[in-house]
Design a protein around this ligand. Structure first.
Ligand SMILES: [Fe+2]
Ligand SMILES: [Fe+2]
Length: 155
């Protein structure tokens, strides 16, 4: 059986890979547009499912309150950088500077989740809950991946 932590890590690997590849692109190229779209959709599906089936249950506990607030604030910061990138000309030199900031934030956030929050959550959630949340997370993640953020949210 998969636990919620294993399920979350799968998307983390995809995010790291996409963020690295995005930084290798230059100018207003099809490659940059495609990788940006993929990263945007990946972050959106992961954050939504993670908020609902990892952080919200944690937030309902006293020891989980602080890590939840911290993580949700970082999700919001990443969303804002994604919006900034959506609104900036792909050919502008500032585009890659914002993308670098986003990539650094993504790496920092995933590291903190994997090295600190997951350990703390491991002590808070019960074994059955860890497995049930994994199933719920995966269903929600898949649902949002199929939706695509561009269709859902006008930027
Ligand atoms: Fe995550
Ligand atoms: Fe997260």
């Amino acid at each position: 059986m998969t636990t919620i932590f294993e399920a979350l890590r799968e998307s983390h690997e995809i995010q790291r890979d996409l963020a690295e590849k995005l930084l290798q692109t230059s100018g207003d190229s099809p490659g940059r547009r495609e990788l940006f779209k993929q990263l945007k959709n990946e972050l959106f599906a992961h954050e939504t499912a993670e908020d609902r089936y990892f952080y919200i249950p944690l937030m309902m506990t006293d020891p989980g309150l602080n890590i939840t607030r911290h993580a949700l604030a970082e999700h919001h910061e990443m969303d804002e950088m994604i919006e900034e990138l959506t609104e900036t000309e792909f050919s502008s030199p500032s585009w890659i500077a914002i993308a670098k900031k986003l990539s650094d934030k993504v790496h920092h956030h995933l590291k903190e989740e994997e090295h600190a929050f997951f350990q703390q959550a491991g002590k808070i959630l019960g074994d059955e809950q860890k497995q049930a949340l994994a199933d719920q997370y995966k269903t929600e993640y898949q649902r949002y991946k199929e939706m695509k953020k561009d269709i859902l949210v006008k930027s």
